[in-house]
Write a protein that binds this ligand. Structure first.
Ligand SMILES: NC(=O)c1ccc[n+]([C@@H]2O[C@H](COP(=O)([O-])OP(=O)(O)OC[C@H]3O[C@@H](n4cnc5c(N)ncnc54)[C@H](OP(=O)(O)O)[C@@H]3O)[C@@H](O)[C@H]2O)c1
Length: 236
């Protein structure tokens, strides 16, 4: 989407990102802002002042906690009537990654399902009207290789894998549910990225991972509705 042309026409392309204060979410915010998009950051922890300032005057930060439906409702109310082109549900957690089957706790499993699975669906539903008003109508779930039903050779991570696989399945449901009004629902695998979640280990920098994912989103067409994509390749 050509941001300058859109601004001249009176519609600034807009992206909403959850968990934009850290890692992949912060880099999405930076790269979209650098392209002239308005960024709405739905953050639990606030931006560092320097990070927020770097996003420019068209960035807005709104408090959001994936474990608090009231916060989600307040966010949706604040955005009522505002077109949003791209919604990126990125906030996520990875807990008890080393737990053996018998060590997985109900509490942590529930929290993973709440943050990684239920919350993105819930927020997507609250933002349906905003997406309908936007031009791109792109709903993005940040998934993981852990959701791939084909190849997967990482041990353990039970709750994480279950929650991300369920996220993908829900996106497929939404792809059917919202096809009528032209929504394209996509889940993305970022790759193994050096962020807080991975203890800053991995083959990709946030810049590399996010520019790859934005490339996928730029090229997305309605044929991609329901797809789970890694660097342009559809995964199982
Ligand atoms: N890094 C990788 O290699 C990799 C690979 C595959 C998928 N992913 C996915 O990429 C996404 C971003 O992760 P990251 O690597 O950038 O890790 P990160 O730096 O730890 O960022 C996680 C983000 O999620 C937010 N978050 C967690 N719980 C939340 C809650 N209850 N409410 C609102 N926000 C919450 C965090 O906010 P706080 O700062 O407040 O905790 C933070 O902004 C996640 O969905 C993750 O599963 C990452």
């Amino acid at each position: 989407m050509d941001a300058e042309r859109k601004k001249e026409e009176g519609h600034m392309p807009t992206v909403l990102i959850t968990g934009a204060n850290s890692g992949i979410g912060l880099e999405f915010a930076r790269q979209y802002a650098a392209r002239g998009w308005a960024v709405i950051a739905a953050n639990r922890s606030p931006f560092k002042p320097a990070d927020y300032a770097q996003l420019g005057y068209d960035a807005t930060e709104i408090r959001y906690d994936a474990q608090d439906d009231k916060k989600a409702a307040e966010l949706a109310l604040r955005l009522k009537g505002r077109p949003i082109d791209v919604v990126i549900l990125n906030a996520g957690i990875s807990e008890e990654t080393e737990a053996a089957p018998e060590e997985v706790t109900a509490e942590s499993f529930e929290r993973s399902m709440m943050v990684n699975t239920y919350a993105p669906l819930h927020l997507a539903a609250l933002l349906e009207d905003n997406l309908k008003m936007g031009e791109a109508k792109l709903l993005v779930g940040v998934s993981s290789l852990a959701a791939d039903t084909g190849r997967y050779d990482v041990p353990r991570q039970f709750a994480y894998r279950a929650s991300k696989a369920a996220l993908n399945q829900m996106w497929r449901n939404l792809a059917v549910e919202w096809k009528d009004w032209g929504c394209t629902c996509i889940t993305l695998r970022p790759g193994r990225v050096r962020t807080r979640m991975t203890g800053y280990a991995g083959d990709l920098s946030v810049e590399q991972a996010v520019s790859g994912m934005i490339g996928v989103l730029d090229r997305a067409t309605p044929e991609d509705n329901g797809a789970f994509i890694w660097h342009g390749t559809e995964l199982a």
